[in-house]
Design a protein around this ligand. Structure first.
Ligand code: HEC
Ligand SMILES: [Cu+2]
Length: 318
């Protein structure tokens, strides 16, 4: 069949098929109601046109049974549609614990993608087929929006914080990647490709970056260069919390509340440390706002997410 004849763009994930089913059901229902109402209207226009001899006697002024029936039927139909779409939507937004994290930085007018294995790319996003992927996205300037039509997912990308997009692409191939939020003169050209690869090919493609420094390793280097290790390292004399195993944990704060240490918490801890001070510590950590680029913050976040086998405890520091 000719692709250009189909109404919907190709679907590359199970979620895309579910979204299409929901969309076509809604469209079909709306079309059905439109046809019934239009046919009834035309029928009455002809039957009761001026001068027709149709009987106008005995018109019921109220019909409670009929009114209750259609009110309740429509209510139930809409509640069912709501439950159906809410179920699909929550399935889409839920992150799976083993999802592959990929960092995306948007700026006017390119997409920069950074894989945990160290591989970087521009205006292209390679993902493994059949595996859950979690995009962690931020913008260096305006508000952008990452849109992957073949997966039927879209998410705003905002300056100053991370937003996430979870998906699992199933069908290998190349699909469009678009910016769906007007972001300046070249907005229309802020587009690229989503490349879905069989997992073995993806692993091989990732390994092609062995010569590049892994993102985590780069984060560790920054952790040393910027003196984080001087306070957070094990040999430190400053009273600062250990960051090992911090990611994903609940952190008690000075003001008595608690938060889960996610990417945004790490980010805020580095850029605006005074905003959320860990309970039991003095707010002595300096702000690193303006000293770290988005790319470097990404590397630090990746390192803190998974400090791994190389604890920054070497005591080259006094
Ligand atoms: C002058 C010492 C000092 C330096 C340098 C420092 N920190 Fe901190 N940091 C602290 C202290 C003290 C706290 C606890 C108080 C607070 O939450 O602000 C903290 C808190 C944090 C937290 C939150 C920890 C938690 O348990 O909630 C993170 C994440 C963090 N720092 C990361 C970094 C990174 C990354 C760097 C380097 C870019 C860095 N810090 C540099 C002293 C420091
Ligand atoms: Cu854009």
């Amino acid at each position: 069949m000719n692709d250009s004849l189909s109404i919907l763009s190709p679907a590359a994930s199970a979620f895309a098929h579910r979204t299409d089913t929901l969309f076509l059901t809604l469209a079909g229902l709306a079309l059905f109601i439109l046809l019934v109402l239009a046919a009834t209207a035309v029928f009455f226009c002809i039957k009761y046109r001026a001068g027709s001899r149709a009987s106008r006697a005995g018109v019921p002024l109220d019909a409670p049974r009929l009114e209750w029936t259609w009110t309740i039927a429509i209510l139930l139909a809409f509640l069912a549609l709501f439950a159906w779409s809410a179920h699909d939507y929550s399935g889409m937004t839920k992150a799976s614990a083993d999802a592959e994290p990929i960092y995306v930085v948007a700026r006017q007018w390119v997409w920069t993608v950074q894989h945990a294995g160290g591989r970087r790319e521009i205006d292209e996003l390679h993902v493994p087929a059949g595996r859950p992927v979690r995009l962690l996205m931020t913008s260096q300037d305006a508000v952008h929006s990452l849109y992957l039509p073949a997966l039927r997912v879209k998410q705003d990308v905002l300056p100053g914080r991370y937003t996430t997009l979870n998906f699992r692409a199933d069908v290998p191939g190349r699909y469009p990647l678009l910016c769906a939020e007007y972001c300046g003169t070249e907005h229309a050209s802020m587009a690229g490709g989503l490349i879905v690869m069989p997992p073995e090919d993806y692993a091989r493609w990732q390994a092609g970056a062995a010569i590049e420094d892994g993102l985590r390793r780069q984060g560790l280097a920054l952790f040393r260069e910027h003196g984080c290790v001087g306070c957070h390292g094990r040999g430190s004399t400053v009273r600062a919390p250990s960051l090992d195993g911090l990611f994903g944990r609940r952190v008690a704060l000075q003001d008595g509340s608690a938060v889960v240490a996610d990417e945004n918490y790490l980010r805020d801890s580095i850029l605006v440390p005074a905003k959320q001070v860990a309970a039991g510590y003095a707010p002595v950590m300096p702000s690193y706002a303006g000293q770290l680029s988005e790319q470097e913050l990404t590397a630090l976040a990746e390192y803190l997410r998974n400090p791994g086998a190389t604890p920054p405890s070497e005591s080259q520091h006094p």
